[in-house]
Unconditional design. Sequence first.
Length: 404
Amino acid sequence: MLFLTDRDVSLSYKEIIQHTNTSKAYVDCYVYPDLKSYFLNWIFALVNQQNIALMDSDLSPKEILENNLTINQVVAVSDPKKISTVDDLVDAIRYSNSEITLFTSGTTGFTRKFTHPLKNLIRKINVSEERRNDVWGFAFNPTHVAGVQVFFQAILNRNLLVNVFMEPKEVVIKAINDHKITNLSSTPTFYRLLLPLSQSFDSVKKITIGGEKSDNHLISQVENFFPNARINNVYGSTETGPLFSSQNDEFVVLEKHIGLVKVVDDELYIHKDLFGETTQLNLINDFYASGDLVEWLDENKRTFRFTSRKNELINVGGYKVNPYEVEDELTQHPKIRNVRVFGKANAVLGNVICCEIELLPDSEMKEEDVRFFLNGKIQNFKIPRKISFVEKIELTRTGKKKIV
């Protein structure tokens, strides 16, 4: 029974048990060479109730120094636990008292570390017999909270993980067909780069979208090509883990979160009780300003929609431009595969709106085509003044569009 396939590399549950029973140490802050060794190292630590920091290989020397990290630190374990069966393995992980340190992706300007008890990371994971035959497309960075969630979903249900993270479109399509993937979880950017498709995929039963702002147009496109899938749009972070979920772009504050989340000047504030352990947060009366901007749809029903990141709004001649609004319009053009909108400093206006556009294969557009398409859809000052067509939109280490 396989746990992982990663192109030509595979890892079985039997191999995991053998490695766990023969190892005497693990590596903390492991800069891993491949996914197989990463999971083997992590699982050994979990089984033996050891705390571990999941090290992103792209963390810079400055970030390592600022977070007081020692990379590739070998930690010996006295009298390591022996595992006999897959059930023993799953139970040892599920009931481990390990604490896991994760690192933010740095969208707030610098990387922070957060330590979570394992029980907090797996509290929303559904473990059941009905999920035993699930096959997961692994489409997140494995060291970030969304990738961690997928790992636990898979191993606690004895599932197969198929690695498709940062893989080309044709590799992802082949993986879905060959392995009959049932669950896909990734960023909106992942799905935009996957679409459009020449076929629908009936094997996929659940799709999760998270990590970036999504929109109803993308969700509608995903529904067309994955007709049997239930769509789940998720908001979460390294700091909190999963917090809100919805089947469209409208979210609701649950009763259990009343008093723990609030909106101040359109910005989402989150209470410290919902965070992992850290000393790196600036709190205001025990609340953290998330930097995520929202709009109330119905304040009495506690429904809202995410609109932007506070630090990504662009000041153009005194007007605030939300780059996601422009991107949402452009991604509806049938020739556009992906787009990034950003501001560039200007002595007169403060900033001018710029955009990079990645076209679908065998498509052609000119700058005037882009402006004509946007004319009447958004206000004139929001229409990009500088437009460039690029071969590929650069992504971050988490698979999101890189902020310029």
